[in-house]
Design a protein. Sequence first.
Length: 169
Amino acid sequence: MKSLRILLLAVFALSLLFEGCASFAEMQKDGDTLPKSIEQGKALVYVVRPNPHPLLLVIMPFLLIATPTMVFVDDHNPSSLMGITNGSDYIYFGLEPGKHLIFSSSDRWLVELEVNAVAGEIIYIKQDQFMLIWSQRNYLSVINKYEGKYHVKRLAPGVIMQSDKPKKE
């Protein structure tokens, strides 16, 4: 019975020790500036790719290799290539108001996400990667502004091919 009390006391003391070491990250102010500001009459899109490559980090953590992912807007033409993301980076570009398709191409897989761009608003899109046995598959999803700002401030800029989608002629 005495050993049980000592064990419980030790567990309690250790939990207090670890509790004292834990801290919460401070919330960033909403007024923090982002790398690109919104142009008049346009929407701004940030595409973030926070994970270098989940499976490779588990199997070979010394190889921080990521398959490049190309991001297109509205079609797959080379003129619509907005940028290229690798692991742990982001790109940004401006869009005219209206509905647009954002395409993400990695390996042999092409995924799309429809967004409704509103002038003066920022859209944050997250790329998630999943490794299959033979190739990588990626997914796109819209995330909230707090998560989006967090990733943009934490990640490095990717390869930005053009900062605005060219108008269709």
